[in-house]
Design a protein around this ligand. Structure first.
Ligand SMILES: Nc1ncnc2c1ncn2[C@@H]1O[C@H](COP(=O)(O)OP(=O)(O)OP(=O)(O)O)[C@@H](O)[C@H]1O
Ligand SMILES: [Mg+2]
Length: 565
């Protein structure tokens, strides 16, 4: 808004430029209705004492106005300029605009059918400079000009009192008409402006609502809105996806339904705490999805009040990853403790076993085939000692005692060689092998350790397919720094309730003498050293897939004199 003192004009600016276009274009219907209405008031209320047909008198007044306006503008400006705070620098423009406006008015007085003056006034009360001020400011200036005109008529027609009176009567009548128009124009303009502002405000509100909705929907957490009666009334996109329910399906349902029965009272406690204290949170809840899955969540409940409405916003963050990591950590700690114990036992057993083995060898020499029965017993004893030594080797591997020399090795080649070595074993057990080795970067690892992993997984697979089956080995690069190895069999599978046990040391389902239950724990502990990961997916009667993710350069810094390139 411009300061009141700076007046470009009284009629909205660019008077002369507007004139042509206005007189030629047809009237807009609202303006036509407005003119008709005011004309009706004037006619019916007896305000038109001098009718439109009095063209002689009208023309005389119009001519006089046209002729005298330039002279009258000077005293007029000296009066209204300071009163309305218009700086002198703007007077020249005001003079020009007022002169054009009086010209239009005079044309209307001469010919009431010429309504250009009202077209312009209606436009300027809406968009022009005058629209930014109170109506009284504009009217005061116009009243003053009309007064000057009336006084001037009295002077100029001093010789003909009757004519002077008639002219002044017409002037007053026309001015009254003008005031009626201007008043309505101003009021209409303000109403239009209010409507425009209202529409803009409504639009802004809608936009705000939409942007709030976007923010809620885009939040990286499940958001549930629960009213003060514990009923769900809205959820965001993430929640729809995670839960498998649409927003509309959940509306009106108790929010506790989204938790497993055993947790519902805990969930209610959280919600009630938020209602009472403003906010509360807990991390021992699960969300129950449509498919019956349980998703562990960290639930943060906040109380919101808006006007008469009160509700609780529940923000639930999926913490499956955290829970899994915690689980892995517990598993690792368990393994480390057992590892220490195992290392101690292995150490203690290694020497006596070596002595027994030597003694058996000596005895073998002494008997020297003379007693077949004794020789057979000795062979069996030697074999069993061999097995015991193998177990000890496994135990030492498990407890990180074995070599840690790292080499840049090609895992695909290692797999191919291992398969070749095991060829006969696989064939004898009716196992068909499919290998699908993708391009993978070399890995820094200990070849013996890696071979252990592969041997253990393949052996388990073969043992899981007593009647033969398919063994599939796959490798692929997941990212420049991570390779994936997959070992899949079509064996007996592992029941879901045992999946969490298979990496535990000494967990075995095999008959005594057939398994020690150390294979997978060794695999797990080696991978932990390489910061790798192993996952298992299995279906009973269908088969099992072990998937290993192995970082390929994570141990670069421990390899002395690493060749570049
Ligand atoms: N591919 C598989 N299919 C079905 N079950 C498996 C498979 N791999 C492992 N298992 C189950 O996991 C258990 C533990 O395996 P793990 O290799 O640690 O020990 P093991 O094979 O029993 O004995 P070890 O490897 O010491 O000879 C197995 O006894 C078996 O029940
Ligand atoms: Mg095994």
């Amino acid at each position: 808004m411009r300061p009141p003192g700076r007046a470009d004009d009284f009629h909205g600016g660019r008077e002369a430029a507007n004139r042509e276009s206005v007189s030629r274009s047809p009237l807009e219907p609202p303006l036509a209705r407005h003119l008709e209405r005011i004309t009706g008031y004037l006619r019916d209320a007896g305000l038109r004492q001098i009718p439109p047909e009095r063209t002689d008198l009208r023309r005389t007044l119009a001519d006089h106005m046209q002729k005298r306006t330039p002279v009258l503008l000077e005293p007029w400006l000296r009066a209204v300029g300071p009163a309305l705070g218009i700086p002198e620098a703007d007077w020249a423009r005001i003079r020009e605009d007022q002169s054009a406006a009086i010209g239009r008015w005079a044309r209307h007085i001469a010919d009431p059918a010429d309504v250009e003056t009202y077209v312009m006034l209606s436009r300027h009360t809406r968009q022009g400079f005058i629209s930014r001020f109170p109506a009284s400011r504009f009217l005061a200036a116009q009243i003053r000009f009309t007064q000057l005109l009336a006084e001037d008529i009295k002077r100029e027609f001093a010789h003909d009192h009757a004519q002077a009176d008639q002219l002044r009567q017409l002037l007053v009548q026309e001015f009254q008409e003008r005031v009626l128009h201007i008043t309505d124009f101003f009021v209409q303009a303000r109403e239009d402006e209010l409507r425009r502002q209202e529409a803009a405000y409504r639009e802004e509100l809608l936009e705000q609502e939409a942007s709030y909705r976007r923010a809620i929907d885009g939040a990286p957490a499940c958001i549930l809105m629960v009213d003060a009666a514990g009923t769900l009334f809205d959820i965001n996109h993430v929640a729809e996806r995670l839960l498998g329910y649409g927003r509309e399906e959940l509306r009106g349902r108790p929010f506790q339904d989204l938790h497993p029965p055993g947790e519902r009272s805990r969930a209610s406690t959280l919600w009630r705490a938020a209602l009472e204290r403003g906010h509360a949170s807990r991390d021992d809840l699960h969300l129950l999805t449509r498919r019956g899955e349980l998703v562990p969540v960290f639930a943060n409940a906040g109380y919101i009040e808006h006007g008469p409405r009160r509700w609780v916003q529940l923000i639930c963050v999926d913490i499956s990853d955290r829970k899994r990591l915690e689980g892995q950590l517990v598993q690792s700690e368990k393994m480390a403790a057992i590892g220490q114990l195992a290392a101690g036992i292995a150490h203690e057993l290694r020497n006596p076993l070596a002595i027994v083995m030597n003694a058996l060898y000596d005895l073998h020499q002494l008997v020297d085939g003379r007693n077949a029965e004794v020789a057979e017993d000795l062979r069996i004893a030697e074999e069993e000692i061999g097995r015991a030594q193998a177990i000890i080797k496994n135990l030492l591997e498990f407890s990180r005692e074995s070599g840690v020399d790292l080499e840049r090795l090609d895992v695909n080649e290692l797999l191919t060689r291992t398969l070749q070595l095991m060829g006969k074993y696989l064939q004898d057990n009716g196992v068909r092998v499919t290998s699908d080795f993708g391009p993978i970067p070399p890995c820094l690892a200990n070849p013996n350790a890696m071979r252990q992993i592969v041997l253990n997984l393949i052996t388990n697979a073969v043992q899981a397919m007593p009647a033969g089956g398919d063994l599939t080995l796959r490798t692929a690069a997941v990212s420049p720094n991570l390779i994936r190895i997959e070992v899949r069999d079509t064996g007996v599978g592992i029941p879901a309730e045992h999946l969490q046990d298979i990496f535990n040391p000494f967990y075995t389902t095999k008959a005594p003498g057939l398994g020690t239950g150390l294979g997978l724990s060794v695999v797990h502990s080696i991978l932990r050293r390489y910061q790798g990961e192993i996952r298992v997916a299995s279906a009973v009667g269908v088969g099992t897939t072990f998937t290993i993710d192995l970082p390929c350069q994570c141990h670069a810094e421990v390899l002395p004199d690493r060749p570049e390139g």
